[in-house]
Design a protein around this ligand. Structure first.
Ligand SMILES: [Zn+2]
Length: 207
């Protein structure tokens, strides 16, 4: 049986971008912390899922509001109904939203599709995406902008989504356009870290 230190290190290692040395540093930081701080941290972790809601439409996480199943963005009737942007993760959505460059609606894919993925539908919430597109088409959706990283997985994801939509909706290019953010501009730049000017250009040069 491994020690608590080893178990906790192992837990931190599962966090995105955290290696074994960083994970161990976190554990020793906690060991040096005051009991009160540790209790507050434990409470925040326990409360996280209870106080945060996953929007039934865009799948983003936002603070729970009583009686609401949709987030503030999806409930806003004054946004551009003709545009839907697909992003990989919540942080990407937050960054685009903060930049003020996009006024349409969103969908958080929850991941990208690795090449040779055996369950691509699950990697990007395909069923929920199709449900949302069906609903948005009825209220004026004209274009889907795929805002994912310009790498192998991103390209594979764009390809999968194009095929998924072609086989699910028999729509011409005039009825529903599918575009990707300007690749030249976003190469090597994650949506998460893009500044407002870069985002604005990537949107303008979408193809
Ligand atoms: Zn939403």
């Amino acid at each position: 049986m491994s020690s608590v230190i080893e178990q906790l290190t192992e837990s931190f290692r599962r966090f995105p971008g955290i290696g074994p040395r960083q994970a161990k540093r976190f554990v020793y930081y906690l060991l040096r912390s005051h009991n009160g701080d540790l209790e507050a941290l434990a409470r925040q972790i326990l409360d996280l899922k209870k106080s945060v809601n996953q929007c039934l439409e865009c799948r983003r996480f936002s603070p729970k509001e009583s009686g609401q199943t949709l987030c503030r963005i999806c409930r806003d009737p004054n946004r551009d109904h003709s545009l839907l942007m697909l992003v990989e993760k919540d942080i990407d959505l937050e960054n685009v939203e903060r930049s003020g460059t996009f006024g349409g609606y969103y969908f958080v894919l929850g991941g990208l599709i690795p090449v040779l993925d055996k369950n691509p539908e699950q990697s990007v919430h395909a069923r929920e995406l199709l449900d949302l597109i069906k609903k948005r088409l009825a209220s004026g959706l004209q274009e889907i902008i795929v805002g994912v990283s310009a790498n192998l997985e991103g390209d594979n994801t764009i390809e999968f989504i194009k095929n998924l939509l072609a086989s699910s909706f028999q729509l011409s290019e005039n009825e529903l356009k599918i575009s990707a953010l300007g690749r030249g501009l976003s190469t090597g730049t994650e949506l998460e870290y893009s500044d407002p000017d870069t985002l604005k250009n990537a949107l303008k040069h979408r193809e």
